[in-house]
Design a protein around this ligand. Sequence first.
Ligand code: AMP
Ligand code: MG
Length: 539
Amino acid sequence: MPEKKQEKEGTVSMQTQGGLAALQFDNRFIRELPADPLLENTRRQVTGACYSLVRPTRVAAPVLVAWSPETAGLLDLSAAACLSPEFVRVFAGNGLVAGMQPFAMCYGGHQFGHWAGQLGDGRAINLGEVVNRRGQRWVLQLKGAGPTPYSRTADGLAVLRSSVREFLCSEAMFHLGVPTTRALSLITTGEPVERDMFYDGHPKDEPGAVVCRVSPSFIRFGNFEILASRGEMALLRRLADYTIRTDFPELGEPSPAVYRRWFTEVCRRTAEMIVHWMRVGFVHGVMNTDNMSILGLTIDYGPYGWLEDFDPGWTPNTTDAGGRRYCFGNQPQVAQWNLVRLANALYPLIGEEEPLQEALAVYSRGFQQGWRTMIAGKLGLAAFETGDDDLVHELFAILHALEMDMTLFFRNLSRFKISDAPAEEIPAFLSEAAYRPLGSPSRLGAWLGRYGKRLHRESLPEEERRRRMNRVNPKYVLRNYLAQMAIDRAEQGDFSLVSELLDLLRTPYDEQPGREEYARKRPEWARNRAGCSMLSCSS
Ligand code: AMP
Ligand code: MG
């Protein structure tokens, strides 16, 4: 049957086309920037260079846990290619395909407010830069692929627990519309990795894993800071020029004026990213300058978390429990603090303080405007008006006092009807979102009364308002306890919940009948369980 034959041939040629061998590499970063001349994989300070050539360490028995079809699509990889033994081999770090030239980047960073010197890709190894059929550039990077010259005192490895978290959250954030690096694959290595999860003298073996991350660039604020801190000004300029030409070509050929526009653009994008974090209740947990992408993408998913009860002071990171520097409510200020560190690093290229200050003001204004538009959207208001400040602040105080689940409250608020106000009794779809009995709900009732009046001034039909609210208030997020349940099962060799959550979080704004259990608020058992509400940097 000629038709069938054609179909078969078509499939075969699709496979070759979508296969690993068809990846087109254009390794611009290492072609245009200077390499560390030493090739041994020993830990050291690397000066006068932007990266070191280093190969991933082989692993014993890699097994594919999950892969993301959307990220594979960015690379023109077919499903068949992602399910092939070759895929597991390459993305576990056991082999390279033609065109890959692995390297680790040199960067520094301010950690918890202090300059920490050289950090670098201590367990991340870039495999190369793919240019896809649409001409887009995507850097492939393995995380947990073994030591590099930047590993300092650590082992260069990653455990399954943190790799599941990075893999799922990267993709979940993308589908929520939050700028982020992506994840292609999650592979267990078949080798144990020792970790003392709470740094309390109880180390144990955990399954090792490798995630392949994908991003147009993995350059961080810290890549510039390290060069400025060492006085390597010519190299600083080269890296800035490289970044502008590669990732910000629309700004024009590098010049002092273009450096200013570029820094302004970084400020603008960072503001946009933080507004999204505040919208969805994401807490990064370790906003050190080495974890800030120059592209304004969420990067380095470590002890992050999702706000459950609305507490601006909440941080998932136990390492930060004392100072709460990186808690939910501090993220906008911390991003600005980080941008100031970047401004200091770029100052030698610009030579004037004023333009840098102006750009920082673009951050503040951009964040403030973006935040207002965002919060108006969450409340179903067409625009933020004077006077809404008070409405919002009162709401936040109430949500905090009543321990309201942020995701559920905003999602369910779309069901509130003007005719429900003033509310003598709080509608169940709102009271159920609280983590403790409402007691006297009069404050929330009064607020709903005000909110009803405010909605009355809007011209949108109720149904349309609800539809719009549901596009910015997700029903499904990667709740901390859901990620932990997926991890618990994955550690027993059952990867089904990883796949289920990956699929669920593809359409976080849809109702998805039959999957409501994943939209429930945190169960009581998860309130104080490690991995659910408390995480350490150990990963
Ligand atoms: P993070 O807190 O994960 O952003 O990491 C800070 C620095 O420590 C970066 O330079 C990482 O590459 C490095 N690092 C974190 N964990 C490891 C590890 N297990 N082995 C080597 N380097 C690591
Ligand atoms: Mg990091």
